[in-house]
Design a protein around this ligand. Sequence first.
Ligand code: RB5
Length: 147
Amino acid sequence: MKIAFGSDHAGFRLKKTVMEHLAAQGHLCTDCGTDTDDTPASYVPAAVQVADKVNRKEADFGVLVCGTGLGISISANKIDGIRAALCTNEYMARMARQHNDANVLAMGARVVGTGVACAIADAFFGEAFEAGGRHQVRVNELMDLEK
Ligand code: RB5
């Protein structure tokens, strides 16, 4: 899969760890910034860049990381077409794909450790949306909010 990554300074290191973890599985990973944890950087531009890649179909999915995962997921969810799911455990990650058809995984680097973050990513990318069922109706309903 093609996966676009983004973070602020607080999420930079965890983003790189998860990116390396997924790249080692053969996923094509692109980093949309920020590029350092030395300088404070807003989470908003990274969320916008990743969302644009997903919407232009240059990426199948996005992964966003900030300190809590809150600011960067809220930012992404303000952009039409994006369903960003902030996940703190593997169950949420599985449900985010199965039930919500999330196209962006968000995590908080100050909330989850590297092992849990990689397990969350594996759970997210190991699941598919249950298309055509009752969850499809709900996802259609929530996407209609953009009209
Ligand atoms: C940065 O200190 C922090 O506020 C940010 O990474 C994020 O947690 C905001 O939601």
